[in-house]
Design a protein around this ligand. Structure first.
Ligand code: ASP
Ligand code: MG
Length: 437
């Protein structure tokens, strides 16, 4: 069995939905995970915001606008009046449900129920379309099997068991349509896997059914070897190791949600990134591929802050780093890069909500310097240290750029640099020039 996930733009209009239907109806059994139609989740966030602020008129106006958009979609999607009116009733029930929130108190619980409507709508409309076209498909409700535990982490045992039960209860179907992103929590409430979480859903489902392959369909032909918004002539990378893809997804390649790699990697299920606009393009295959000894790609992560703590007390002392890291832990702030010397340590963070408190606490241990507006440049490839020359090549490419931190050795798959935001474009281009041309 394969699991195919289609993102918001891939199901972003009636025309796109028809293309997706063509792609998936090939006589092979599969699970199809859909995102909300593009823009919808943002609209639902906005609606929730009005309702939080108790601006009921504002909320209702947005709900009605969204409803109009969906009415246009169904008008174009279905060809028979029978299905158009069935879809009309379906929309009405969803939008009446959304409107009902304007009459209740509004909390995080209500917001999560509202956010779930995006995927519930896209899948309902799409399944009805497959029904109209006579496909042997069925709805596989994510809320019946997708669950997170008390820490907000997917409960993989529960997911595998309940997904299997669902599939057994509807055998002999060719296409199972399910919602990405949404789940229930430990209290049985509607919840979600965080924004962009549909990729994660697909990967968790793939792992649960031990799929042959997980396909993530978007509107770009795979992971590119550099950021096409800043560098001309980037190319898709045909094969990546799970570790390489994880670094790229985390450090900037927007095409794949970083959480998506782990369930696939743990179960050794290949992930293929494909393009709905160009379905025959090779895309990117992520797996435990053989050694390539090559630098594959470059990515950049914006909005980074570097913090340096320098102290004579660190010299020959033990426990210093622990104390420093504990401060970040106590403010629930994850660290991306770390570089150390005998008398100091630099770390980078991307969440600055608690920065002032962190800096204040760090001052107990040494002199603290903060650099804002930095960017992590991440060079990814198969780079064990015995494989000489790649470090020199990468460093040499950046010879004209002021580099604030350099990190290598945490894994064989990446070298990271911290630079100023203003040097980002120049750095990405210099690296492409030196590594891929
Ligand atoms: N619809 C959700 C979002 O926009 C999940 C997803 O698309 O992956 O964040
Ligand atoms: Mg996405």
């Amino acid at each position: 069995m394969k699991v195919l996930k289609f993102g918001g733009t891939s199901v972003g209009s009636a025309a796109r939905m028809k293309e997706v239907a063509k792609l998936i109806c090939d006589g092979q059994q599969k699970i199809v995970v859909l995102s909300a139609m593009s823009g919808t989740t943002n609209n639902l966030v906005e609606i929730s915001d009005y309702l939080y602020k108790n601006n009921l008129a504002g909320g209702l106006e947005r709900i009605n606008m969204l409803e109009q958009k969906y009415n246009d979609v169904i008008e174009e999607l279905y060809s028979t009046t029978e299905y158009k009116s069935q879809a009309g009733l379906l929309l009405k029930s969803h939008f009446d449900y959304l409107r009902s929130f304007s009459k209740s108190i509004f909390t995080l619980f209500e917001e999560k129920a509202i956010l779930a409507e995006g995927e519930l709508l896209s899948t309902a409309i799409f399944q009805l379309y497959l029904q109209e076209t006579g496909e042997n498909s069925v709805m596989l409700p994510a809320l019946e099997f997708m669950r997170i535990d008390k820490n907000g982490e997917p409960d993989t045992a529960y997911i595998a068991k309940n997904l299997a039960l669902q599939l057994e209860s509807m055998p002999d179907k060719m296409i199972y349509i399910t919602q990405g992103f949404i789940c229930k929590n430990i209290y049985g409430e509607i919840d979600n896997l965080q924004r962009g979480g549909s990729d994660y859903s697909a990967s968790l489902i793939g792992a649960a059914v031990l799929a042959d392959e997980i396909q993530i369909w978007t509107d770009i032909d795979g992971m590119h070897n550099n950021d096409p918004r800043f560098v001309e002539g980037t190319k898709p990378v045909p094969v990546l190791h799970f570790e390489e893809a994880a670094e790229l997804a985390y450090f900037g390649a927007k095409i794949l949600h970083p959480t998506c790699i782990l369930p696939a990697k743990l179960n050794n299920i290949p992930v293929r990134l494909l393009n709905t606009m160009d379905p025959t393009a090779a895309g990117t295959l992520i797996s435990t591929k053989k050694i390539s000894k090559k630098i594959e790609a470059v990515a950049a992560k914006d909005g980074i802050t570097a913090i340096k703590i320098k102290s004579g007390r660190m010299l020959l002392a033990h426990g210093f780093l622990r104390k420093v890291f504990e401060i970040f832990e106590s403010y629930q702030t994850p660290i991306d890069l770390v570089t150390t010397s005998e008398v100091g340590v630099s770390v980078s963070i991307d969440n600055v909500k608690r920065l002032d408190e962190i800096v204040n606490d760090l001052k107990k241990f040494g002199t603290v310097t903060v650099d804002k507006d930095m960017v992590i440049i991440c060079v990814v490839g198969d780079m064990p240290y015995e494989n000489i020359g790649f470090q020199a090549k990468v460093v040499n490419a950046l010879k004209d750029i002021p580099v604030r931190m350099v990190s290598y050795g945490g894994s064989n798959y990446n070298i990271s640099f911290l630079i100023k935001a203003e040097d980002k474009k120049r750095s990405l281009n210099a690296l492409s020039e030196a590594l891929f041309n």
